[in-house]
Design a protein around this ligand. Structure first.
Ligand code: FAD
Ligand code: DHB
Length: 389
């Protein structure tokens, strides 16, 4: 079998890239190791930058997102009982959209099915061959039989635990990593959101985040020790902890209920360079991870998709190689700014086990400065709504 682009990984990066390329007449095959039901059941990101929304529209899958997503013009930041707002629209002229990654992926799968794009689920043992040659190919095993696809280009969209990054020789690859000494315990509950904007809460007991999916579905997180397991946390314990970390007026207004999902995510900053090796191009979590504070993971995957998509269109349609040649450099320039922002939001708002009294005072001063400085708020807002690409 032969195709133009093999996309390894049917998460949001791979599916968005596939749909954009389809609209330009470029043929792709998506290889996904899990079932569709499994991919669609992952509860992850909730906040989309306007650049992400533009790409969804360009891919022809923005209709439900525009109808059902909620525009957020700002967010709340709190420190124990004190709170202040960051007005994205007033500070930057831009907003973000609340529309879950689950819905994004659902729309992308529906579009691929409607357009007859090839997607193979349940693949095992995916291997990339000859990525540094002109004639690469990909092999995989499906139901015990090995298959081979010849192609021009491979897009590595297989997330942090994928195999495409490992194909790049260790002598070429450089990895940068920071692991944080805590995780996020997240729950989803069929209750109305506590507030009409998100609340990023710093407190003496640690960080908490109040988010949402719609008027009847809330998403909440609390910072927790890395050793904790979701089953250690009853719903009652979660609600008590959340209430203790957000301002009293919100804690009083909080509607609690049974959780319908509960999970713990570790926090990590990670970048693998370069993002291109020969005819292999890494995209999204396959190349970089950010801690979730600041909602940059999915959005940074989308900016990679944007650069790779334009590079591939120029390559296949006009025989121009500059976009692909500069892909790694261009994508990484934006990736590192998202890394910086996510790290700074995480550092600003979390309780670190080894913080000294000095560190705590600096953290308090930084929040105080943010609360009172338009310049500091503007910098945060610019990064939160998304740097241009
Ligand atoms: P993935 O979603 O990981 O998709 C990769 C796909 O490749 C998967 O379907 C996987 O099954 C498949 N795969 C893996 N290995 C192989 C293989 N060997 N062969 C074939 N297929 C393979 N980001 C935000 O922007 N905003 C947020 O608010 C936000 N909140 C988050 C909250 C949580 C709790 C978590 C965990 C993440 C959050 N993120 C957020 C990050 C965001 O979810 C990721 O950045 C995003 O999923 C990356 O998409 P991706 O397609 O690159 O990778
Ligand atoms: C959500 C997750 C985040 O990491 C974030 O910064 C904002 C919202 C969410 O899941 O809704």
């Amino acid at each position: 079998m032969r195709t133009q682009v093999v996309i390894v990984g049917g998460g949001p990066s791979g599916m968005l890239l596939g749909q954009l390329l389809f609209r330009q007449g470029i043929e792709t095959v998506v290889l996904e190791r899990r079932s569709k039901a499994h991919v669609l059941s992952r509860i992850r990101a909730g906040i989309l930058e306007s650049g992400f929304c533009r790409l969804m529209r360009e891919a022809g899958v923005g209709e439900r997102m525009d109808r059902e997503g909620f525009v957020h013009e700002g967010t709340v930041i709190s420190r124990n009982d004190d709170e202040f707002g960051i007005d994205f629209r007033a500070l930057t002229g831009e907003t973000v959209l609340v529309y879950g990654q689950t819905e994004v992926t659902r729309d992308l799968y529906a579009a691929r099915e409607a357009t007859g794009g090839a997607i193979v689920h349940g693949v095992e043992g995916v291997q990339i061959h000859g990525a540094d040659s002109d004639r690469p190919h990909v092999t995989y095993v499906l139901d015990g039989t090995e298959h081979r696809i010849d192609c021009d280009v491979i897009a590595g969209c297989d997330g942090f635990h994928g195999i495409t990054r490992q194909t790049i020789p260790g002598t070429v690859r450089r990895e940068y990593e920071k692991v944080y000494p805590f995780g996020w315990l997240g729950i989803l509950s069929e209750t109305p959101p506590v507030h009409d904007e998100l609340i990023y809460a710093s407190s003496d007991r640690g960080f908490a985040l109040c988010s949402m999916r719609n008027a009847h579905l809330s998403r909440y997180y609390v910072q927790c020790p890395l050793a904790d397991r979701p089953e250690d946390w009853s719903d009652a314990a979660f609600w008590t902890e959340l209430k203790s970390r957000i301002p009293a007026r919100h804690a009083e207004a909080l509607v609690t209920g049974p959780s319908i999902e509960k999970s713990i995510a570790p926090l990590r900053s990670f970048v693998s360079e370069p993002m291109r090796w020969g005819r292999l191009f890494l995209c999204g979590d396959a190349a970089h991870i950010v801690p979730p504070t600041g909602a940059k993971g999915l959005n940074t995957a989308a900016s990679d998709v944007h650069y790779l998509y334009h590079g591939l269109v120029a390559h296949f349609r006009d025989g121009e190689s500059e976009g692909l040649d500069r892909y790694s450099e261009t994508a990484l320039a934006r990736v590192w700014k998202a890394e910086r922002f996510s790290w700074s939001m995480t550092t600003l708002l979390h309780h670190f086990p080894d913080q000294t009294a000095f560190d705590l005072r600096i953290q308090a001063a930084e929040l105080d400065y943010l609360a009172s400085s338009r310049a500091a708020q503007e910098a945060l807002a610019q990064n939160y709504v998304g740097l241009p690409y």
